[in-house]
Design a protein around this ligand. Structure first.
Ligand code: FAD
Length: 397
């Protein structure tokens, strides 16, 4: 067994896996209930903004790419766009705006400005195989990996020139292996992205459409090819989980004081709070990530600003995903991770105090954070399922 509680898993250790694995089943069960509550199931997003970086015409026509939106009249009054923009939008002088979205200096992501967009019931639009693939999907992924060019774009371009088949991601990974001197922050960026990619792949493989039989089911080969044959990808799913849990633990008092009051009943809100309390309790024990060791060196502030700019761009690249359902979950998860990064690297205990700063996070940020944690914890459950499937496979053939 794993006795010591890990303290600084910027490098995730075997011990961290075991600690997470010992609580993951319970965590998953609590989060499953939580994301079905009225507060957490509705996410507001503008899915129809144009791609700001290139002309995106590879729209996915597959039925599975579509999403169902919810009529605003079904949403409690106080969350509707008109009321939200009154209370939640930071004043103009605190925002950097672009058409349809904005960010504050402390943000790691662009936030939709709530003047456009729809409510989506996340439980009705599960993340799974959609058929979105090929050049359009590849272009989005390679742009995201390219955002890690904190000065190393030269190396990546060089390796692409020499070997066009070598993807940016592979080039970068090679870089990571070769260059120990690459700063920890850049490695962290890569781990976050690669872990997100691996988590999305795990969901695709777990809910896969066999196009010849028309049946949905787990596809073990898909999981082996995309994730398990690259052990570091699996490791980064854990890495993201620990990072999110740490943010969750730090946000505990704020989340416990947040106003979940929906149109629902008192019992409904009490239920939401109980579930949330259980998740915060688990997060406080296993969310051991030492954020204080990052952004400490000589150029800490410059590096942090760079990191933020790159991560913000990733949230904008989501507008280039040509499949509505993928775009939706891409937005949820990049906002959720961006919110976690803001909590870890921008906000101290005073800022996180719900009494001094009740409007610190918007409803959408809170919803994104919880649903993103649910995605990663669910991926770990699926990994466990795949492990058991693999154990049952006759490998002699
Ligand atoms: P891809 O997953 O497209 O990967 C491209 C290349 O990146 C690989 O060849 C490999 O070199 C490298 N790579 C792969 N995984 C990793 C990793 N974890 N770390 C580092 N490098 C890696 N499709 C769906 O069916 N449902 C969805 O919900 C969905 N959501 C998406 C959300 C976003 C934001 C994006 C960009 C795409 C989404 N897709 C979704 C598409 C899906 O991710 C794949 O692009 C698609 O299934 C094609 O897969 P692929 O095998 O060609 O490799």
């Amino acid at each position: 067994g794993c006795k010591h509680i890990p303290t600084g898993p910027i490098e995730t250790t075997k011990c961290d896996y075991e600690t997470i694995e010992s609580v993951n089943g319970e965590l998953y069960s609590q989060l499953n209930d939580l994301v079905r509550t009225p507060f957490f199931r509705y996410f507001r997003a503008d899915l129809y903004r144009e791609c700001p970086f290139w002309q995106e015409n590879g729209l996915c026509m597959n039925r599975e790419c579509g999403i169902a939106t919810v009529d605003e009249s079904e949403i409690p009054e106080k969350w509707r766009a008109a009321s939200l923009s009154k209370v939640e939008m930071p004043p103009d002088e605190m925002r950097n705006t672009l058409p349809g979205c904005y960010y504050r200096d402390s943000d790691f992501c662009f936030l939709d400005d709530m003047t456009e967009g729809d409510y989506i019931d996340l439980t009705m639009n599960p993340e799974r195989f959609t058929g979105y693939s090929g050049a359009p999907a590849n272009r989005v992924w390679s742009s995201i990996y390219k955002e890690n060019c904190f000065g190393i774009s030269e190396v990546m371009l060089r390796s692409e020139r020499h070997d066009p088949a070598n993807s940016f991601a592979d080039a970068l990974r090679g870089e990571l292996e070769e260059q120990d001197e690459m700063c920890t922050e850049k490695k962290v960026y890569y781990k976050i992205i690669s872990g997100l990619h691996a988590s999305i792949s795990t969901h695709i493989c777990r809910d896969y459409l066999n196009q010849s039989t028309g049946e949905w089911g787990s596809n073990l080969q898909c999981f082996v090819t995309r994730v398990a044959s690259h052990p570091e990808r699996l490791q980064y799913i854990y890495f993201n989980t620990v990072l999110l849990l740490r943010a969750f633990a730090r946000l505990g008092p704020y989340l416990s004081a947040y106003d979940y009051c929906s149109s629902g009943t008192h019992e409904e809100d009490a239920y939401t709070l109980t579930k949330l309390g259980s998740v915060i309790g688990i997060a406080s024990v296993v969310g051991q990530f030492d954020e204080s060791s990052l952004f400490q060196g000589q150029d800490a502030n410059v590096l942090k600003e760079e990191f933020k700019t790159h991560f913000r761009n990733v949230t904008r690249i989501m507008d280039c995903v040509g499949c509505d359902k993928c775009r939706l979950w891409g937005k949820v998860q990049t906002s959720g991770l961006g919110t976690a990064l803001k909590i870890l690297f921008e906000l101290d205990e005073r800022a996180l105090d719900p009494k001094t700063n009740p409007n610190l996070l918007s409803r959408n940020e809170v919803v994104a954070l919880v649903n993103t944690l649910h995605r990663f914890v669910e991926s770990l459950q699926f990994v466990d399922e795949f492990r058991r499937m693999w154990a049952g496979v006759d490998k002699s053939q």
